[in-house]
Design a protein. Sequence first.
Length: 277
Amino acid sequence: MLHRTFMIESDNQDTQNLELQCDVVEQKLLKDAIMENKIQVIGQLSNSSNGALLGEITLEDQKFSVIIKPSMYENPLIDFEWGTLSKREVAAYELSSLLAWNIVPMTVLRDVENLECSVQLFIPHDPRQHYFSLTKFYKEDMERFAVFDYLINNADRKAGHILAEENESFILKLQSTQDESILDPISNKNLFGIDHGLSFNVEEKLRTVIWEFSEQQISQHLLVDISNSFNSIERILKPFLNKHEIEKTILRAEQLLMNPYHKALDANSRAFPWPLV
């Protein structure tokens, strides 16, 4: 009986490993497609402040939507060098992947119609759902976002910049009289953060709606991920950021490992983005 139980568990583990291997292969194929395949530009996003475009790629007869952000369409900013926001988008994705947090949609830097652009996989989602409606169900995930935003010095974590992927297991239910539509807490765990162009500044710029963890101790598993990735931070960020921005990112990681507490909310500072959503 014990032997049979062991064999079942082993088979399940083999199946899980095979599924993981298949997922890795699929992700690599998709990333290669986003990097190399022809992108059909559909049109400009009307609510974008930096001329973002909607595009489409094809991989094995399947179409994927992508968000394209050309560097030359960026509006000039006082505190961010012009033409670098698209690279910061990619840097955020690479750091998220290095940490194995995978909370930034797949993002690459490439030319689209002879323009340098960040190209990010579009995440199907319900735009009615955002940080304020999701946080009660995904506290652990939100802590990961809070730590990530500190690491990248995110100056623009609006509530609407956190998306819940809408797939077959993503179900909206009527659960209370207070809220007409609330996310079922057991339905889906794929949360993504977007719009990281205003990140990695050398000056302290953290502006976020996620302050629920202020001064709390950071969960150990997040610290382990940072520690395990620490020596590779410079390598993965070097193609996208300047020397000083990388040094500051490494310093922030060091500070978290030495003093593992979430940043305190300073009521006298500009701690929140505007608009909030």
